[in-house]
Design a protein around this ligand. Structure first.
Ligand code: T4K
Length: 405
């Protein structure tokens, strides 16, 4: 059923546009036979984890793709961040954006380091280097830039700042595998960079991540730290943890690498299609990607301007969820408004106006190989109907329970 009138919307009693939910974050899957073949080999070999052949091959392939000297694949992106933070000797205070997934902040606080939240640029959504400098104190030891949505941070400005103040520079590149910044692949900037290969990322190893660096000594330290600090059978030389990636995850990664250009092509097609079908809708702004960069287009991000669209982002989410379109409010409400940060470091909101504004406006839409062009047309039709009749939808929703997710 086409949705052209407000009464057709599921939130007001119409039939949902989708019988089965369409999610943000639906994983891309590799060729099944290729994956099963690799898994069979892992089982036959009885080498299941601890630096097996699949892990080693995946590490070389990621290092090759990114042009970085050392790639250490680990069990997830959060542990890879924690290990990079520990290996870089970060302590005291570290400056990072609040507009990121909470793992970036938790990786610091988990190790007793104070995250100092910095505002972002309203257009790039990335940490604003000008604001960073204002937050540097004698306790500051590092900066973490996040390449949000795969769009590179202002690497030059952050590098210059880190150099000027003798700070360590780490990049949370969880979203940015296979993305470039000014023509150079992300992975080798700063002292180290960290990818996530979680199921929801365009390339996944079920759970997984990687720490990359061009620094030999740092690479060795991170390598030992992810295996409890062991150097040799009985010799522990660092505090360590268990960050190892298992062979089945690495096999998933290798099988997925064979399809990686297809995944990017599908994401690019989906992003382009959303752009076409939402074109001209007042208050609905799709974020732009620089056509001169290589990008993975994993995040289809809208900014909803309530004044122009006549409905708020949260009202639009409510409408979409009723249609079984599970759009997400990434990264609402901002780390500084989550625990333990909200209680420990109360009211930094005066410093984060762009973060607060974006947290109210941004919406992630479903994409990836599980989403078809027809799905996108249907999703866009719901958005168009909701926005075209914005005032009426708002009035109707004021009588229902507001969005929680
Ligand atoms: N830094 C940044 C900037 C990050 O975005 C992340 C992770 C990290 C660091 C940490 O990296 P990891 O330690 O995770 O490697 C999800 C992911 O769990 C998380 O990896 C990701 N960022 C974040 C942006 O998204 P949630 O809390 O939204 O997950 P959840 O369970 O609500 O799932 C998201 C959507 O994906 C749902 O619509 C369901 C769908 N889904 C999920 C899984 C796992 C599926 O359809 N199939 C699946 O197997 O965090």
């Amino acid at each position: 059923m086409r949705k052209t009138a407000v009464a057709d919307l599921a939130v007001f009693g119409g039939k949902s546009a989708f019988d089965v939910p369409v999610h943000v974050g639906r994983p891309n899957l590799p060729d099944r036979q290729r994956l099963m073949g690799r898994i069979g080999e892992v089982l036959d070999s009885r080498w299941l984890t601890n630096f097996g052949p699949n892990l080693k091959e995946l590490q070389s392939r990621v290092a090759e793709i990114t042009g970085v000297k050392h790639c250490l694949c680990m069990c997830n992106g959060t542990i890879a961040l924690e290990i990079a933070i520990q290996a870089l000797n970060l302590s005291g205070e570290v400056i990072l954006p609040s507009f990121t997934f909470v793992a970036t902040a938790h990786a610091l606080q988990w190790q007793g380091i104070t995250p100092v939240f910095c505002d972002v640029d309203p257009v790039s959504h990335n940490i604003d280097p000008q604001r960073v400098e204002e937050l540097i104190t004698p306790r500051t030891t590092g900066i973490i830039g996040v390449h949000l949505w795969g769009r590179g941070c202002d690497v030059e400005a952050l590098t210059a700042l880190a150099k000027k103040h003798s700070l360590k520079l780490l990049f949370d590149a969880a979203h940015a595998f296979c993305c470039s910044y000014k023509g150079r692949m992300i992975g080798g900037f700063g002292h180290a960079e960290v990818f996530s290969f979680h199921a929801t990322k365009f390339f996944n190893t079920f759970e997984g991540g990687a720490a990359l660096t061009n620094d030999d000594a740092l690479a060795e330290k991170m390598w030992l730290m992810q295996n409890f600090g062991f150097k040799g059978y009985d010799n522990v030389i660092y505090l360590g943890t268990n960050g190892k990636m298992n062979e089945i995850s690495a096999a998933m990664g290798l099988a997925s690498l064979e399809s990686i250009e297809d995944f990017i092509a599908i994401n690019y097609r989906n992003y382009g299609l959303y752009g076409q079908v939402l074109e001209g809708l007042p208050g609905i702004h799709l974020i732009r990607y620089d056509p001169n960069e290589k990008l993975n287009y994993q995040y289809v991000i809208l900014e909803v301007d309530e004044a122009e669209a006549s409905i708020s982002r949260d009202e639009l989410v409510q409408v979409l969820h009723a249609e079984n379109v599970l759009a997400r409010r990434y990264f609402f409400p901002g780390c500084h408004k989550m625990e333990p940060y909200r209680s420990r470091y109360p009211d930094p909101s005066h410093r984060l106006p762009n973060t607060e504004r974006l947290a109210q406006r941004v919406l992630a839409l479903p994409t990836g190989s599980a989403v078809s062009p027809d799905d996108i047309t249907k999703i866009a039709e719901v958005i168009r109907t909701a926005v075209t009749h914005g005032a009426e939808v708002k009035a109707g929703l004021s009588k229902t329970t507001p969005c929680q997710t």
